[in-house]
Design a protein around this ligand. Sequence first.
Ligand code: AMP
Length: 413
Amino acid sequence: MSSSFKAPRGTFDALPEKQPARRLVEDTSRLLLERAGYARIETPIFEETSLFARGVGESTDIVSKQMFSFTDQGDRELTLRPEGTASVCRAYLEHGMQKWPQPAKLWYSGPFFRHERPQAGRYRQFQQIGAEAIGSDSPLVDAEMIALLADLISMLGITDARLRLGSLGSVDSRAAYLEELRGYLRANDSELSEEVRGRIDSNPLRAFDADHEGTAKVMAEAPTMLDRLDAADAEHFEVVKGVLDDLGVTYELDPSLVRGLDYYTRTVFEFTCDSLGAQSGVGGGGRYDGLIEQLGGRPTPAVGWAAGVERLVLAMPNQVPEPRAEIFVVADDENRKRALRLVVDLRRAGVSADLDLAERATKGQMKQADRVGAKSCVILDSDREPVVRDMESGEQVSVALSNLVERLSPDAS
Ligand code: AMP
């Protein structure tokens, strides 16, 4: 009988069968990022609400519509983290990481929460892997970061990812461009969706994201930031592109690429997989040179990305096999305790081993050994010496009980 309780709307249970693929994404990320000198950081699942309001931006969808916020018993305004960068920057400042060799290179993995409309590939709790390099304005860091995400995607066997690349300019050049864009939007406001019209002042860039037909038509002709980069921004972008070319990372320039968070400056990028349908973004990020200052620190350039574990798993073409026990110990009634002892000894010797715990008859235990995919089984039978049976070939050898662990452990020749 099932209970009437269900996981909250937009959330899901990642059952054991989903774990091998999820673990592969996390293990591959850790290997790749730690090999590149990124150290893991864990930050709290909830933060002060104002951290995200100030960091991500009041007018963004994330802050204005999607945060799970609550007031705690001490009247503090808290929010389940909708993204990782603001928290990592808060930690950078709180722990004086400016004194570390710069850039501080950090990575994270964990759950994030957004009150979005659930659909395939879009959840209210999802897992992100992210990386941040804080304290360098070198375009080489932008390129390194993008190459890392490209490599992660290809190590997972995903071959249909496209990289879109753009630049949003620096804070100053963007301010001038945004004024120009506002003027253009106002001049065409009768064609725009109501939502875009309402955001001309607060967030005109989001007009590039709109699905609304009239808006899309207006935006096709709109001035783009890529055409308005100042000399320093343009030079920075040229170096990023040149290094990516050198590294063999292919990209498409996308002048309309604006990401849903306010803090980005200069380089922005996004990897998409068309096979995923509407929710095609597997990961993205960019430079956020103004964020640390926005949070109260000294001006500190930084760049980072985040990738969605569920989307990466959906995009992975290959099934990831479930781990299987190497040895399954089958025992008649007199040998059940001995079987447990053997299993524990095998595990202590580094062998994955399992046994029947449902009091099945030996025939049922053999079936169970098959079901769990064991490579071999050991049969403990009071009438004869223990037998080791290769489950694939059916080949059997007798081995004295006292020699079993040594015989089956990985160092056995
Ligand atoms: P963002 O922080 O919005 O740049 O998102 C980075 C990545 O996280 C996206 O490319 C997605 O892969 C993933 N992601 C963001 N929001 C969700 C969501 N609601 N459900 C599942 N994955 C998400």
